[in-house]
Design a protein around this ligand. Structure first.
Ligand code: ATP
Ligand code: MG
Length: 341
């Protein structure tokens, strides 16, 4: 046992990881991985919207693990966990849902928006789907994910904040009514709370085909940047608003030359700079960022047995913690029926 406080955070195995994950979440995970005992979760119970494509989920478990290794999350010091290898996640979901009023899910703005997107997909990108019960319930499962290792901190993108509020509320209710079992976890939002998509959509997302992936090669990055939405139309030498142009937003997020970027932004907003020039700079910036990540990914991809070991050990360790917590929960709820006689 370590005396460190705990982090629980996760990602759904629905595809490889992109720049939004990096700036919104992974950067913080990497930074805090030694200060906290970390449980990094691959949330494979929460893919009901991909139920007709389990092959993709299966593949993505490895993609996500490889991306984690590639950005520098050390599986020796932290736990890589596959959710379904810790079935206590499902058990705790069932028990905690006793205490959550339906109205709290009905009001959850992220859930509302995601259900709306599921039912009304962007033209031609996906078929219209009815919302599965499991999808409606996924925030409760996320509450269980966080409470199961009794986590203190949850570093995430800002779309997850309503779920963490739900977690805090659940912990408070449970502790007050039964026994003090759960710490009330804090959320920690990344440097870029919500990175826009290459198409100018509010969120870069695996499901929206508007992402630049951490594993994209240099040519793919160049091509995607070339096709990026560059804000409202402007004439040559016409000033623009940086916040309205995703190219400028990406430079703001990732350009390591902060002084150079500040000058560029000032000029952009005063006398204008053409998108072609900005795109050239952005391509170089992104490839500079992604090159070492791609290299590391390749090295790990050549040794998938080591990746498997990371997942196996991490899940095993998470299960021990989960069993501890479930013993506390059963005790608090007075559910040890067989001990009576
Ligand atoms: P999906 O579209 O399948 O839901 P996703 O891209 O939203 O996938 P998740 O697995 O739902 O990915 O999210 C994992 C983590 O990454 C969460 O903490 C989420 O807030 C963060 N994240 C995802 N996309 C972005 C983004 N564009 N900007 C900032 N953070 C993000
Ligand atoms: Mg999501």
């Amino acid at each position: 046992m370590t005396g460190r406080k705990r982090i629980l955070t996760g990602i759904r195995p629905t595809g490889a990881l992109h720049l939004g994950h990096y700036a919104g979440a992974l950067e913080n995970w990497v930074r805090l991985q030694h200060e906290y005992e970390c449980y990094f979760l691959i949330a494979d119970y929460q893919v009901s919207d991909y139920a007709d494509d389990i092959a993709r989920v299966r593949e993505s478990v490895w993609e996500v693990a490889l991306d984690w290794l590639a950005v520098g999350l050390d599986p020796e010091g932290s736990h890589y966990v596959i959710e379904s290898l810790v079935p206590e996640n499902a058990e705790l979901t069932a028990l905690l849902s006793w205490f959550l009023p339906l109205s709290m899910l009905e009001r959850n703005p992220t859930l509302k928006a995601e259900m709306e997107a599921l039912e009304n997909p962007v033209d031609g990108q996906a078929e219209r789907k009815p919302v599965p019960v499991a999808f409606y319930n996924y925030p409760v499962m996320q509450v269980a994910n966080i409470l199961l290792p009794r986590a203190h901190l949850v570093p995430v993108g800002d779309d997850q904040l309503p779920h963490i509020e739900l977690t805090r509320e659940t912990a408070r209710r449970f502790n007050r009514r039964f026994k003090e079992v759960f710490p009330e976890p804090e959320a920690l939002v990344g440097r870029v709370p919500r990175l826009v998509g290459t198409d100018g959509e509010a969120k870069m997302s695996k499901s929206r085909n508007n992402a630049i992936y951490l594993k994209d090669d240099a040519g793919t990055v160049a091509k995607k940047v070339k096709r990026m939405f560059g804000g409202p139309p402007r004439g040559a030498n016409e000033a623009g608003v940086a916040a309205e142009n995703p190219i400028m937003l990406y430079l703001e997020a990732f350009d390591p030359d902060r002084e150079g970027f500040a000058g560029l932004k000032e000029q952009y907003e005063r006398s204008g700079i053409g998108n072609a020039e900005l795109k050239e700079r952005l391509t170089a910036v992104l490839n500079g960022l992604l090159e070492p990540i791609r290299d590391r990914r390749q090295r790990y991809a050549a040794n998938m047995r080591a990746v498997r070991e990371a997942l196996e050990h991490g899940s095993c360790r998470a299960r021990e913690t989960a069993r501890e917590t479930m013993a506390m929960v059963h005790d608090a709820l007075d559910m040890n029926y067989l001990e009576r006689y």
